[in-house]
Design a protein. Structure first.
Length: 418
């Protein structure tokens, strides 16, 4: 499928008068429509709730949009819990899925009544000691081995640091029950960025079957099953996007097959989607500022890997549109680079693009999740601004760009730089 930016060349020229590149820009209309579809696809389940994975796009303005749809948030750290609390999410709308969790994070999660999703068997004792056990608790499951879907997609739970083994889960539920826990949830995240409608239904089958066994063997009252994240997006133009309605329907079938006959037809389905919700609705906008002709052809731009780490870190593909040249032939092969003193700072390698001239706007697609969020300050580079393209076409700054003062802020305890 052809990848088209959600902003026009004209809009970018207009934005450029106020906000210099590079910046991330988000598409409010796209985010809202996507959320509406997700909620409709799972509307058959009375208790369905999306807890947006805050780590994917931790911007308060964007989290506020999700609030309009009664979404919750999935937090993994102290500051993410702070963000959720400050935005007025109540305990019912905060999932705390963390691992190797510090005591003060459990204490904070308990204070604001977030639902804790325990990552490990030993955390039962730890949580009890540092913060006390709540009435409702969730446990994360790791089946081990290899998780494989028919289209070749696979992941390796056996190598993943997360979750309880099956034996630990049964033992853990018994202990938690004896200690007075009343309501239970189970959670699992078995494959990341799955571009197939099969993942959620296959995961649902694993978790629903497990839930029935857990209920039968431990008597635990299972209130929710959390399918977590992992629904992917088509980063490449040749990928077929997921059909959320087919996914919702696939999960419904398994629900009817496994849970309903076991008398568990009132279990709520939870999701913690990050990438699927926000990924396609963010662009990193940058300008070509240098061209270099050595052993290869390079385009240097004013963004770099600190603005978008995925290509450098995972070799991830991100589509690039050269604005205003959408209909020109892709007859030039470029490496599109940032300015870090690190050779993996390349947004694209051997990419066929139209001829790029200095000052051209490059739109780097699908940066709405795990994009800005993974930013860092290597080479003294500063994080960019984030902008929101609102439904009425206006543009709002939703995070200012860092300045050198931000970079030096952590030396404010002394006068070495005064
Ligand atoms: C990262 C994460 C998610 C979101 O993953 P996506 O790939 O963005 O869907 C959800 N739940 C947990 C526990 C996570 O760590």
């Amino acid at each position: 499928m052809e990848k088209k930016p959600f902003v026009t060349f004209e809009q970018l020229k207009e934005i450029d008068k106020t906000y210099p590149t590079p910046y991330h820009i988000y598409d409010e209309k796209g985010i809202r429509k996507n959320l509406e579809n997700l909620l409709e696809a799972f509307s058959w389940n009375k208790g369905f709730r999306e807890f947006f994975a805050v780590k994917a796009t931790p911007n308060p303005f964007l989290l506020q949009i999700l609030k309009d749809y009664n979404c919750g948030v999935d937090c993994s750290s102290y500051t993410e819990l702070m963000l959720a609390e400050k935005l007025g999410f109540d305990g019912e709308h905060i999932m705390f899925s963390s691992n190797a969790t510090p005591a003060e994070e459990f204490q904070y999660a308990r204070r604001i009544n977030a639902t804790i999703n325990l990552d490990d068997f030993t955390h039962i004792k730890f949580l009890e000691e540092v913060a006390g056990l709540p009435e409702t608790i969730s446990c994360r499951y790791n089946p081990g081995g290899v998780f494989q879907l028919t289209n070749g997609i696979m992941d390796n739970p056996g190598d993943a640091k997360y979750g309880f083994t099956k034996e630990q889960l049964f033992e853990g539920f018994k202990i938690l029950k004896e200690k007075g826990v009343k309501n239970f949830g189970i959670h699992s995240f078995l494959a990341s960025n799955t571009v197939t409608n099969e993942y959620y239904p296959a995961l649902a089958k694993v978790l629903f079957t497990l839930a029935v066994e857990l209920k039968e063997q431990t008597g635990a009252e299972i209130k929710f099953i959390n399918l977590s994240g992992g629904i992917g997006i088509p980063y490449r133009p040749d990928q077929e996007p997921n059909d959320i309605f087919a996914i919702g329907e696939g999960v419904r079938k398994v629900y009817e097959e496994v849970l309903v006959p076991a008398g568990m037809g009132d279990v709520a389905i939870y999701a913690e989607l990050g990438r699927y919700i926000m990924g396609p609705y963010g662009h990193l906008v940058t300008k070509a500022v240098h061209e270099k002709h050595i052993h290869k052809e390079y385009i240097g731009c004013d963004a770099c890997a600190v603005n978008l780490m995925r290509p450098a870190m995972y070799g991830a593909y991100h589509h690039i549109t050269v604005m205003g040249k959408e209909n020109e032939p892709c007859d030039h092969m470029y490496d599109v680079t940032g300015s870090l003193c690190e050779n993996n700072d390349k947004f694209a390698i051997d990419r066929m693009l139209p001829k790029i001239d200095m000052g051209d706007f490059l739109v780097i697609h699908d940066t709405g999740a795990h994009g800005f969020a993974m930013g860092y300050n290597y080479n003294g580079k500063l994080r960019s601004a984030e902008l929101l393209l609102k439904e009425d076409g206006s543009v709002q700054m939703i995070r200012r760009a860092e300045t050198p003062a931000d970079y030096f802020a952590t030396f404010d305890f002394c006068d070495i730089l005064k």
